[in-house]
Design a protein around this ligand. Structure first.
Ligand SMILES: [Zn+2]
Length: 60
């Protein structure tokens, strides 16, 4: 399984893109960083990957 990541533009914290895919919006886990990371911040290529392979990321 391919693991994509997204880097917070504010503090550089790296989050897993599949978490963004699941929750769509995520408050940056970085210390003292309130940046809201959004699924739409991911590159089009990465988003397409998740839309195309959605079923493979369902764990239940
Ligand atoms: Zn951050």
């Amino acid at each position: 399984m391919r693991v994509e990541t997204h880097t917070c533009p504010n503090c550089g914290t790296v989050v897993a893109a599949n978490v963004l895919e699941r929750d769509r919006r995520l408050r940056c886990p970085g210390l003292d960083c309130g940046e809201i990371l959004d699924f739409t911040d991911l590159s089009e290529e990465v988003r397409e990957h998740y839309e195309t392979n959605r079923d493979r990321y369902r764990l239940e």
